[in-house]
Design a protein around this ligand. Structure first.
Ligand code: UD2
Length: 301
């Protein structure tokens, strides 16, 4: 991707800021972010930050004409969506429609952050894109709709839309609060020698994919001829939460105890990507093993 005007919604956040890093050298990069969780300090120099909310249609009038859009802005927490479904919907669906309408207005290619949450408890593991959708949270319902809208905008308006179904993304700059990803929570607990809190028996599994590999998938989606189709973005390997807790305790040399709390409502049991479609059609190839990704995260703490 070169010489393009690029808009990244949620660009000051975890995934969006890594995209900004990858694109800033060869493109004009604009960030749209309401800074609710994103931070200007995440951003490289030479990008333009527009502070605004995707729910506000007026914001889009002040934007430059983008050639390419990465839509990462969202309320990313599954438990938060369970507590506040209407707010989650307003952001994740209402906001997304505004972004899609803007993409249609300026006729830009758009790569959207979809999610494995759309599969719910999948029947087929590893899960291919053709799996039926059984989202078990408000978050998952809205991402299902986002994913479907992207395909329908392609059919109706010829919009070059590509939804990427992220599995569990981790890496530098992921927040470590109550509602953030399990890896940053466990790392913080382990480094502070606090108890590592495994929800339920810890037999639930996730496919943890490093943010650098997610950036790679986005860049491939930005130039592929296969538009209007969804792709899984994971690694094809599965790790249980119990195993994750033990690995994190080991790599941090921590004395933390691993404790089990109640299972979480709406939690998925097994999550594992079939990435063969992304491999064959996008040329996507995950490059970072979980053990390596964790080791690097600990080194930089
Ligand atoms: C992740 C994404 C979400 C969505 C979803 C799709 C994050 C923050 N969320 O949700 O946006 O794409 O994947 O399925 O990346 N856990 C513990 N102890 C803790 C925290 C979590 O045991 O202190 C467990 C949790 O119950 C779950 C697993 O770890 O079984 C992963 O939880 P998560 O919140 O990191 O991610 P998930 O899969 O709910």
């Amino acid at each position: 991707v070169q010489g393009q005007t690029v808009l990244i919604t949620g660009g000051a956040g975890f995934i969006g800021s890594h995209l900004a890093d990858a694109l800033v050298e060869d493109n004009d990069v604009y960030i749209l972010d309401n800074l609710s969780t994103g931070k200007p300090s995440n951003l490289p120099a030479d990008v333009e930050l527009i502070r605004g909310d995707i729910q506000d249609t007026d914001v889009f009038e002040s934007l430059p004409q983008a050639d390419l859009i990465f839509h990462e802005a969202a309320l990313v927490s599954v438990p938060k969506s369970v507590e506040e479904p209407a707010r989650s919907h307003a952001i994740n669906m209402g906001g997304t429609l505004n972004v899609l309408e803007y993409a249609r207005d300026v006729n830009a290619r758009i790569v959207l952050a979809s999610s494995t949450a759309i599969y719910g408890d999948a029947d087929e593991i590893p899960t291919p894109e053709a799996e039926s959708k059984k989202p078990s949270s408000p978050y998952g319902i809205d991402k299902t709709t986002l994913d479907h809208y992207a395909q329908v905008y392609h059919e109706l308006y010829d919009l070059e839309a590509v939804p990427l179904r992220y599995f569990n993304v981790y890496g530098p700059r992921q927040a470590a609060g109550d509602y953030s990803g399990v890896i940053s929570i466990f790392l913080k607990q382990a480094l502070n020698d606090e108890p590592i809190t495994v929800h339920g028996d810890g037999s639930q599994t996730r496919d943890f994919v490093h943010v650098d590999d997610v950036v790679q998938a986005n860049l491939k989606a930005a130039t592929t001829d296969h538009v209007g189709e969804p792709y899984n973005v994971g690694t094809g390997s599965e790790t249980s939460i119990r195993e994750l807790a033990e690995t994190i305790r080991d790599v941090t040399d921590s004395n933390s105890e691993i404790v089990h709390t109640d299972g979480r409502d709406g939690d998925i049991e097994r999550s594992l990507a079939d990435i063969s479609k992304a491999q064959s059609q996008l040329g996507y190839e995950p490059t970072i093993l979980l053990s390596e990704g964790l080791a690097t995260l600990v080194e930089h703490k």
